[in-house]
Design a protein around this ligand. Sequence first.
Ligand code: GLU
Length: 286
Amino acid sequence: MTVTRFAPSPNGPLHLGHAYAAIVAQDRAARDQGAFLLRIEDIDGARSRPELAAAFRADLAWLGLAWREVLPQSQRIATYAAAADTLRAAGLLYPCRCTRAEIAARATKQGPDGPVYPGTCRPGTGRKHPVEPGPDVAWRLDMERAMAAAGDLAWLDERRGPQQARPGAFGDVVLWRKDAPASYHLAATVDDAADGITVVTRGADLFAATHVHRLLQALLGLPVPVWHHHPVLVEADGRKLAKRRGAPSLTDRRLSGEDGIALTADLRAALFDTGISLSEYVNQAP
Ligand code: GLU
């Protein structure tokens, strides 16, 4: 059975781009009489605002969508810890105590997520004394070893065709943080498997992240779904919609009395009279 999901982070209100993503996910499931799930991605306790999850549900209902909600990320920490343990036991993670500023000062390359980690704490690379595990360290994936251990990394994007994961451009990504605790990459990958997601629908702005997720699936022995990276709504000038540039939130629109069902119909037809259009926006790993 086809299972899709909409996985918003309650760090800020939903806007039109989220509405479009949720509609794509629901419609993709409906095409196969499948299931459409809602997963609240509240892994980052410092940034998450619990009251937003209730607003998200009200917004989605106002749009006329129907979903089944699964466990939020804040209730799944033990499964992320188990996945990190598996990778650690395979010798693929190492502790890192670099600050953002240290990384920014030493990095020589930019990856899809920002500066590529210069390898300072990687065993046998930078520091004279190995970094001791402890509560104040992050855990990074040794990308080179991980890629060597993973083997074939084929994946399929329904819209763009067969792909081969090339996660190397990300460098040694953090999978376990001091504070968050699991990274988006680890949490989303583990969750999609646990939730039985068969088609991962999300914006094309997350296309590059799939290279890392496909690698993690190989390392953790998780099932490999199909991906559907949909175009992203952009302003007329090609920039992503953003609240700070005046894009009203779905909650604002709902509370102002706008007809949510009509908005859904407009988004489905991609008929915009607002200067908003769709863009592929693909940030592909080189
Ligand atoms: N939680 C992510 C976001 O709000 C979406 C992640 C995903 O769809 O994989 O941007």
